[in-house]
Design a binder for this molecule. Structure first.
Ligand code: FAD
Length: 497
């Protein structure tokens, strides 16, 4: 082992693996907690992603920009963070060494693994199927769309929802496993609320273009060169589509045709020397390059398939180590972000599974940038704390309540607590749902359990987030109010003051 080129090591040597939101948040917070520590960030990409302009909407709801920063610029602004521009290939937990793709070896006092997740692509060997995860794959998708007239989008999570809405001048077939759209975030009611938005999307998108541009930093995808694109970059985040055109060749078509309760059964790629008389042609006159057979017995001809079918935690560094994995294949961590079974090894972000973590009744894990940041920050607090004292650190209050703010179809969306009664499905008799819907404007759903609010979905400018956050956290009995809880004429914020 050649460790002669290694930076200063020994006590206070913190290594963070991964230059995404979790890793960079962790590295920065380590310096805040231990200003004199040596902090190393291991990241294979020339650009890292950092959370900037953090804005607290309520105690738990936070928005921030995901800013791409070239490593050289980052190092000059943060001289205390030494960035190793390579991948970590192995961790030796006995001798506390990290082996890197560059041949270097660095030793650590405590290491935090923030290697994210990779896309789970269906039919991965087929060139007519693309996944979307990082800046490089987003660019590839954009390029393929430029010569396309019809695509099949598979998946029903946030990425698929955003994609089907953003794709222009190209017909979209949206194949989903569920009975309603955007099932990862919404129930059937909210799915119904959004369906008309899909049909009006061309007009809505035009309106957005004329509105004030987003203040968020938009990914400078041009900064990625082709060599680097082979390396797994940090996952995309909010506004990822704004620097892409996502536009096909068919000016006349922009519709979305949803195929419910189905998956892709088979793909048939057309080859020039095997031409079937029954094959249909595109409006432009060419043969469709791909036929997609769905499990509902429907087939669609298209240019290519976009697989937005979730992610798989990037746990290669742990495969030879004596640690445990959750049902979602993430690495199991305890309530102080320590990898279960390993000493002085922590993990944060998409790579983790919180299966061994005593969850608050109103929090659950979702692989989102908000949670990547929160986990990175808390891991740093624990690493720094455990360096100087033996006691565990109390779980941060951000893990008390699931809180996510985003936008779908141009509408603000706030999700709080068990917004889909995720944790109370075994006690359906004690559950109650209150709804307030104004078509095209707002959709408010409140989930009550034994007369107490346990979660809510707020779509549109409802201004209710703070009130419901407090009601969930305080577990106030609201049964006396009944349906008046959502009466727009009742000022519930004032009522509970
Ligand atoms: P990542 O951002 O994936 O970072 C992992 C880092 O580890 C990368 O820099 C990678 O290069 C590095 N790495 C991997 N292996 C190694 C190794 N062996 N050695 C060194 N470095 C390594 N979330 C939201 O909340 N809102 C959204 O609107 C949203 N939209 C999304 C849209 C898309 C298209 C995608 C793909 C994701 C979206 N997400 C969204 C999810 C969000 O981006 C992720 O949850 C979040 O970025 C995870 O952060 P992370 O730091 O854990 O992982």
């Amino acid at each position: 082992i050649d460790i002669t080129n290694s930076p200063p090591t020994g006590k206070g040597m913190f290594v963070v693996i991964g230059g995404g939101i979790a890793g960079v948040s962790c590295a920065e917070a380590l310096l805040a907690h231990s200003p004199d520590a040596n902090v190393c960030l291991v990241s294979p990409t020339p650009i890292i992603k950092a959370a900037r302009n953090v804005n607290e909407l309520t105690r738990n709801l936070v928005t921030f920009d995901v800013t791409e920063i070239p490593v050289t610029e980052y190092e000059s602004k943060h001289p205390n963070v030494k960035v190793h521009k390579c991948s970590a290939v192995r961790i030796d937990t006995e001798d506390k060494l990290i082996f890197m793709s560059s041949g270097e070896t660095i030793s650590y006092d405590k290491v935090c693994v923030c290697t994210g997740a990779r896309q789970n692509v269906i039919f991965p060997e087929n060139n007519c199927v693309v996944g979307i995860r990082d800046t490089a794959t987003a660019m590839e998708l954009d390029k393929m769309l430029k010569s396309s007239e019809r695509v099949v989008v598979v998946g029903n999570g946030g990425i698929a929802t955003e994609l089907v809405f953003q794709i222009k001048n190209c017909e979209v077939i949206w194949a989903i496993k569920d009975k309603s759209i955007s099932n990862v975030f919404f129930d059937g009611g909210a799915g119904q609320f959004f369906l008309p938005f899909l049909q009006r999307k061309q007009d809505l998108l035009k309106n957005f273009e004329t509105e004030i541009p987003s203040k968020r930093m938009i990914y400078k995808v041009s900064d990625f060169n082709t060599t680097e694109s082979k390396t797994l970059g940090g996952a995309l985040g909010p506004d990822w589509h704004q620097s892409l055109s996502l536009t096909g060749t068919n000016d006349d078509i922009c519709g979305v045709n949803v195929e419910y309760e189905c998956e892709v059964q088979d793909l048939h790629v057309r080859s020039d020397n095997c031409c079937n008389l029954h094959e249909t042609k595109k409006p432009s006159g060419e043969y469709w390059p791909l036929h997609v057979k769905l499990t509902n017995a429907v087939s669609h001809a298209c240019d290519f398939v976009i697989s937005a079918t979730g992610v798989v935690p990037n746990v290669q560094l742990f495969t030879d180590l004596s640690c445990t994995f959750g049902l979602d294949s993430g690495i199991e961590i305890d309530e102080n972000m320590r990898v279960v079974g390993l000493y002085d090894v922590y993990a944060a972000g998409d790579v983790c599974s919180t299966a061994k973590w005593p969850e608050s009744p109103h929090w659950h894990q979702m692989r989102l940038w908000t949670q990547a940041r929160q986990m990175g920050l808390f891991a740093a607090q624990c690493m720094a704390g455990h360096s100087t004292m033996k006691e565990d650190i109390p779980l941060d209050i951000c893990f008390e309540l699931f809180a996510h703010v985003t936008s779908f179809f141009g509408k603000k969306v706030v999700l709080l607590g068990n917004y889909n009664a995720q944790k109370n499905n075994d006690n359906k008799n004690s559950l109650e749902f209150l709804l307030r819907v104004e078509m095209n404007e707002e959709y408010v759903k409140v989930v009550l359990f034994n007369g107490r609010v346990i979660g809510c979905v707020l779509i549109g400018e409802t201004d209710l987030e703070e009130t419901f956050e407090n009601l969930i956290l305080n577990q106030t009995d609201v049964s006396a109010l009944g349906e008046n809880l959502l009466d727009p004429n009742v000022d519930i914020a004032d009522y509970f003051d």
